[in-house]
Design a protein around this ligand. Structure first.
Ligand SMILES: NC(=O)c1ccc[n+]([C@@H]2O[C@H](COP(=O)([O-])OP(=O)(O)OC[C@H]3O[C@@H](n4cnc5c(N)ncnc54)[C@H](O)[C@@H]3O)[C@@H](O)[C@H]2O)c1
Length: 328
């Protein structure tokens, strides 16, 4: 299925981050001819892609995807055929603290689409988010259903504009594009500090013998997708022509309450802990529930990894990481 990526020149912005670095692993494994990572290392880490340092097909560029000059040079020098645009300022806490910084990602979006069009890129994939739905009006949330008409946070605003640009560039200029609305992706390499995402934050705290802290009453839901399932969907979205100009939910379609997640993590750790509760955060959304029919139809894939299994793998990864950090 991925023949078109074999030998291809590929740009991955945000490729040193959690999802991006797993994508880079897979692209090289599939036989990509050249994989260029552009990452400012704001949340990403060099060590996430260090395993490819000796691979002649791999190039790491420490730079800002929102800086026009940097992007122009990258396109001119590396002539990418496929562009995965993942670079973004992420995480509820970071977005709350730096709302204006988030809006700079609009510069990156303009640059990526304009330059991809100008250089005749074969396809651009943009990673949007379930935040496009805001507090959902309809559940499960389907791509053609109501969106976040009044985004309370700049992250949602950037993602909505990115989706619209993606759509526009396909319909107006014939540049093949696809936008993916990720729900909660989790797995090894995800940031586990308080600035990260709920699964890694809970896992990290529980491993350290600390109670997971739940904002609100714990009945909020999220839809958790193990990174391997997510990467498979990303790749299929890139190579399938049927996805051109589309926006697609990438979810499991099985929402889990946050208190249930906390209990599961405590359970697998075997520790004697109880979740703690704190007031809801300002831009917190209560429910997430994706309709996955379009993803299944267009991509022919499902997020099949059971949550328990994905959590066990991620917990084992964090344990190993902590052990290595203690030894060195
Ligand atoms: N992980 C999730 O659950 C989730 C959910 C919805 C959407 N997404 C989207 O998926 C993408 C990847 O997210 P992730 O979870 O891997 O987060 P991440 O923070 O691990 O990855 C983002 C990467 O982008 C880099 N980056 C940020 N701004 C940059 C800039 N201006 N120039 C160059 N590099 C920059 C960071 O250093 C990092 O390596 C993001 O676009 C995010 O909005 C993720």
């Amino acid at each position: 299925m991925f023949e078109s990526l074999k030998g291809a020149r590929i740009l991955v912005t945000g490729g040193a981050g959690f999802v991006g670095s797993h994508l880079v692993d897979r692209l090289l494994e599939l036989g990509a001819g050249k994989v260029v990572v552009l990452d400012n290392l704001m949340t990403g880490k060099r060590e996430n892609v260090e395993q490819h340092a000796a691979d002649a097909r791999f190039t790491f560029i420490h730079g800002d995807a929102n800086h026009r000059g940097t992007l122009e040079t990258v396109f001119l020098v590396h002539q990418p055929e496929y562009v995965f645009h993942l670079a973004a300022l992420v995480g509820v806490k970071r977005v709350e603290e730096q709302p204006l910084e988030v809006l700079k990602d609009l510069d990156g979006l303009r640059g990526i689409f304009e330059l991809s069009h100008y250089h005749g890129v074969k396809k651009v994939l943009f990673t949007s988010s379930s935040e496009a739905y805001g507090e959902p009006v309809a559940m499960p949330s389907a791509e053609h259903g109501p969106l976040n008409a009044n985004p309370r946070d700049p992250y949602a605003l950037v993602k909505l504009i990115g989706e619209n640009l993606s759509h526009h560039y396909w319909h107006k200029y014939g540049l093949p594009t696809v936008a993916l609305r990720f729900f909660n992706v989790y797995g090894p390499r995800q940031e586990s500090s308080g600035y990260g995402f709920v699964v890694s934050i809970f896992l990290d705290r529980v491993m350290k013998g600390l109670a997971p802290v739940i904002f609100g009453d714990g009945t909020a839901t999220r839809d958790f997708v193990f990174y391997k399932d997510n990467i498979e969907c990303i790749l299929r979205s890139m190579v399938k022509e049927e996805t051109n100009g589309e926006t697609i939910n990438i979810g499991k379609g099985k929402p889990t309450e946050i208190k249930e997640l906390a209990e599961m993590i405590i359970g697998l750790s075997g520790k004697d802990l109880k979740p703690e509760y704190a007031p809801t955060r300002k831009i917190e959304i209560k429910y997430r529930s994706p309709d996955t029919a379009k993803m299944e139809k267009l991509l022919g894939c499902k997020a099949t990894t059971p949550l328990e299994e994905g959590l066990r793998i991620t917990y084992a990864y964090l344990e190993e990481k902590n052990r290595t950090a203690c030894v060195s």
